[in-house]
Structures are given as C-alpha cells and as structure tokens.
Design a binder for this molecule. Structure first.
Ligand code: SF4
Ligand code: SF4
Ligand code: SF4
Length: 168
C-alpha cells in the first residue's frame, strides 16, 4: 500500500514539474502552436526596422522573448507609445517598467512647413518611413505611419519638428 502511495506521489510530482516547465512565464500559454501564433501577432505590431534597440537582434526575437520569457513590452523605441498600447491591448497586460515615467499621451510628429529647409535628415532618422519629401523640398509626416518615437526631432537643424496630439 505504502509503495502505491509513494509511486502515485512521484508520478503526480513529475506531472506538475512537466506542466511547469512547458508553460510560458511570459504569457502563460503552454501550447507551442498558440505560442507561435502569439509571437506572429506581436511581431506584426512591431516596426520591423530590425534595429536591435530593444536589446534583441530583431523584431521577431523580441516578440519571442515577450511570449517565452515575459520580457517587458515597452522596449521598442521606434515603436513608441503607440506600439506599447497595441501590445497592451493584444496581451491584456500593461507595461510593467514601473521605474520609468508614465507613457506620454499619444503624439505624432508635425513639420512646420514655413521653416523646413528640406535637408532630409528627418527622413534618414525615421525608423518607420513616416516622413516623405526630397532634398530641398518640404517634408511632411504621414500621421498613420508615425509611432511618436521622436527620433526625428534631434537631427533637424532648424528645430521645425514638434510633437502634436494624434487623432483619437
Ligand atoms: S527596437 Fe523595435 S524595431 Fe528595433 S528590432 Fe526591436 S522590436 Fe524591432
Ligand atoms: S516621424 Fe518622427 S516621431 Fe514619427 S515615427 Fe518617424 S521618427 Fe518617429
Ligand atoms: S530635418 Fe527638419 S529641416 Fe530637415 S527636412 Fe526634416 S523637417 Fe525639414
């Protein structure tokens, strides 16, 4: 009798350990197909510049780390606050970098047409190709593409880019 109880206990412990090992600390998803689906969904929300600024070698590795290792969802500077909010919605959890300042309101870049000298530096800086224009021509921001990352602000030599509230 004692042997049966002992064997049952060992089998039960092994089952628990296997379940724990196979589960994802990031999302709690323990099914490989579901994990892959979530990785693809997250990857689709990332800017795909493959810049590595998140600390991972590209957008998909970052998506994978979010799902499999529970990495924070606010590590993508090109994606900005807009991407964080989309990830929050998709994953049903908030950004948990509590030591960082609260996310700013959704903003997008706007270029002052009177001041722009058409130097193209903002186009080079924009990771998501949200600015159009050519040399010595007025440059404009495509609101639908702009993630509000503010990376175009520092390079502008005439300081004619500002952040404005995005459309609701
Ligand atoms: S920082 Fe954003 S855009 Fe750059 S590789 Fe990471 S996820 Fe992709
Ligand atoms: S236009 Fe500026 S703020 Fe908008 S995504 Fe490009 S670099 Fe970022
Ligand atoms: S960096 Fe400034 S001045 Fe140069 S094209 Fe962009 S908005 Fe115009």
């Amino acid at each position: 009798m004692f042997e049966i109880i002992a064997v049952s206990f060992v089998l039960y412990s092994l089952a628990l350990a296997a379940a724990w090992l196979s589960s994802s600390p990031g999302t709690g998803i323990d099914n490989a197909a579901e994990q892959e689906k979530k990785i693809i969904e997250i990857d689709a929300l990332l800017p795909q510049t493959q810049c590595g600024d998140c600390g991972y070698p590209g957008c998909r590795p970052y998506a994978k780390a979010i799902v499999e290792r529970g990495s924070p969802i606010d590590l993508c500077p090109p994606g900005g606050a807009v991407t964080v909010r989309k990830l929050e919605k998709l994953l049903g959890r908030s950004s948990y970098h509590h030591d960082l300042a609260p996310l700013p309101e959704n903003t997008i870049a706007a270029i002052d047409e009177e001041t722009c000298i058409g130097c193209v530096k903002c186009i080079v800086a924009c990771p998501v190709d949200a600015i159009i224009g050519s040399a010595r021509q007025l440059h404009v921001v495509i609101p639908e593409y702009c993630t509000g990352c503010e990376l175009c602000l520092p390079p502008c030599p005439v300081d004619c880019i500002s952040m404005i509230p995005s459309r609701p």
